[in-house]
Design a protein around this ligand. Structure first.
Ligand code: CU
Length: 369
């Protein structure tokens, strides 16, 4: 390919997104045919340059490329200001991490206990949700949180979940991965009437199969789950010795629609880091509520994968990248042997980094001495 034969070092070489690959290709052909295209480049530059403040990212990229083409035609090196500006954006994003935003999902929901039944209440409604600093979007969620509150019970518990619908459309709540009586499965018109606006529905069952599960809308779900109607449902095993020991645990819920690429309802730099002391073991419960796969990659230490969809594996295995498909849950143990701030991100690079720096599905594991 022409871009590979080009000897110049270009800022876009550090990126590997489809967009930047296209831009590199374009750069190569522009450089090869500089005589023909320099006029084109200077026209674009005259029309587009110095309007970056109001430009869309796509327009900005186009301007960068036009300016770079003009520069390479004249001097055969990119304008220093372009790579410096890019570095500044990358640095600013990293320095802002972890950025404070309003609202936090996955807050533990304490049950009321009535005659030996653990009773939880969920209210579906619309509210504004700050995904990244200053980026507020309309969310549809449970109890004003994205993801919804953490519901945690123990194998054998009697559970009641009362759902109130304050949306202006019907909904239904499916307990994903949980073994249930059929009429508690939460699929409107198959197992129940929809929960219409202004009405409530009560789910009641015994928690049978331990593991990392989820609850989410099963009605107009591309939109409803995309906008935030999802949450974690954890069933602890009666015999805790059946799971590997851990000093602390984290739930990482992945989503990729409605609010962009998020971990626990926030995009980098508003994602929260995982923290541990050297020698601690942490358990991570991954859950994918999105429409795409997300291979989650941790730098510095391997992940011991021991459960899939709540079922312990006959043979746990080690890896550094674990692919989480929509609907899947994977449980891993990280033995925090290496001190430092380790990048932890989805390895589909266009879900994690652009010319503007890191975004979306990026966090860090911070291991302290
Ligand atoms: Cu991803």
């Amino acid at each position: 390919m022409t871009s590979n034969n080009n000897e110049e070092t270009k800022p876009t070489d550090i990126l590997n997104t489809p967009t930047s690959r296209r831009s590199i290709l374009r750069w190569g052909s522009l450089t090869a045919a500089a005589g023909v295209l320099s006029a084109c480049g200077s026209t674009a530059s005259t029309n587009l340059s110095r309007t970056k403040a109001t430009a869309t990212p796509a327009a900005e990229q186009a301007m960068d490329h036009a300016a770079a083409a003009q520069s390479s035609a004249a001097t055969a090196t990119p304008a220093a200001t372009d790579w410096e500006a890019m570095d500044k954006m990358h640095e600013a994003g990293m320095k802002a991490f972890p950025a404070k935003t309003k609202g936090q999902g996955i807050q533990l929901l304490e049950p009321k206990v009535e005659n030996g039944v653990k009773v939880f209440e969920l209210t579906c409604e619309k509210f504004m949700w700050e995904v990244e600093p200053g980026k507020e979007m309309e969310a549809w969620g449970y109890n004003q949180q994205v993801p919804g509150p953490e519901i945690r019970v123990t194998e054998g518990d009697k559970v009641r979940i009362i759902v109130h619908n304050k949306l202006d459309e019907s909904t239904g709540v499916h307990l994903h991965g949980v073994m249930l009586p059929n009429n508690m499965d939460g699929v409107p018109f198959l197992t129940q009437e929809p929960i219409r606006p202004g009405t409530s529905f009560t789910y009641e069952f015994v928690a049978r199969n331990p593991g990392s599960h989820m609850y989410h809308s099963h009605h107009n779900s591309t939109k409803q789950v995309g906008k935030g109607l999802l949450g974690p449902f954890i069933i602890e095993p009666k015999d805790k010795a059946q799971d590997p020991a851990a000093d602390k645990e984290y739930i990482l819920i992945l989503n990729d629609s409605g609010q962009g690429f998020t971990i626990n309802g926030k995009g980098f730099p508003a994602t929260q880091p995982l923290t541990a002391k050297k020698g601690q073991k942490i358990r991570v419960r991954y859950m994918n509520e999105g429409l795409m796969i997300h291979p989650m990659h941790l730098h510095g230490m391997p992940q011991l994968v021991f459960a899939k969809d709540g079922w312990n594996l006959p043979q746990p295995f080690m890896c550094d990248t674990i692919n989480i498909a929509p609907g899947e849950r994977w449980d891993v143990i990280i033995d925090c042997t290496e001190v430092g701030a380790w990048a932890y991100h989805c390895h589909i690079l266009s879900h994690a980094e652009s010319e503007h720096g890191m975004f979306g599905m990026v966090t860090a594991l911070i291991v302290e001495e």
